[in-house]
Design a binder for this molecule. Structure first.
Ligand SMILES: [Zn+2]
Length: 255
């Protein structure tokens, strides 16, 4: 029925929405409300996909303002986001792909509504805590599903962390911000990030923290074992392995 978006039910209340292997969103269904966490690329109507899964009123929350998380917002009436990321989101909507998408669908971004750090969103029987984690973007947030001990991290904690973009904070600031939220280790067992196919262990938090620390201490060694050249769609940067080389931090500068 849907060509791009594949649905995977992870447990009774949590669904993973995989947009053609390019980006991942989530649906969390409480007793009274459903939360949609990120909406992917918007090429296919993610709202329609969600309506095959639940009739509950929907609250859409963006983990940050990047295109592959917010473009699907066009299918919704309103979208919550940390206001710090609104300028970035608006900048992303200048992309040719988005202008064409809006022309093709006749839709546009709904109004953004602010979500504040440490707010709690009550879905009825399930609660999501908003946890700010500036780094990958200045207004990035994580969402903690308390009752199921799941931390949704967007692109802020993952196996392929992009810190090379102009909008990324300095690695040292990100490191401090990561340390600030160490309490998540006591509250979550699992991580679901914005490009995942399944659960990760919360241990990814410590692995990333160690990786950033190591990168800051070594400054990137520039050899093939440690830091080496990485090509992405907008140029080249370096990347630094962490977690036994299974994961990397992409970066330009160590400061
Ligand atoms: Zn991102």
């Amino acid at each position: 029925m849907f060509e791009r978006i594949k649905v995977k039910q992870l447990n009774e209340h949590v669904y993973l929405l995989d947009d053609n292997g390019e980006a991942t969103g989530y649906l969390v269904t409480g007793k009274e409300k459903a939360a949609v966490i990120d909406t992917m690329n918007g090429i296919e109507d993610v709202h329609k996909v969600i309506r095959t899964l639940t009739d509950l009123p929907i609250m859409l929350i963006n983990t940050h303002g990047h295109c592959d998380h917010i473009f699907g917002n066009i299918y919704f009436d309103e979208a919550f986001i940390n206001p710090v990321d609104i300028p970035l989101a608006m900048e992303q909507t200048q992309h040719k792909e988005f202008v064409e998408l809006c022309a093709k669908t006749g839709l546009s971004l709904p109004p953004f509504k602010p979500v504040s750090d440490r707010a709690t969103i009550d879905l009825g029987g399930l609660t999501l805590d908003v946890i700010g984690l500036p780094g990958h973007t200045a207004g990035g947030i994580c969402l903690l599903l308390n009752e199921e001990r799941i931390l949704f991290t967007g692109d802020s904690i993952n196996h392929h962390l992009w810190m090379q973009l102009d909008e990324c904070l300095a690695l040292s600031s990100f490191y401090e911000n990561l340390k600030q939220i160490a309490f998540v280790k006591d509250k979550a067992d699992f991580i679901l990030h914005g490009h995942a196919q399944n659960f990760d262990s919360i241990k990814l938090y410590d692995k990333l923290l160690d990786g950033v620390k190591d990168l800051l201490e070594t400054g990137g060694k520039g050899d093939e074992v440690f830091d080496y050249e990485y090509k992405w769609f907008n140029g080249k940067c370096r990347h630094h392995p962490f977690g036994n080389g299974e994961s990397v931090i992409c970066y330009n500068r160590v400061d």
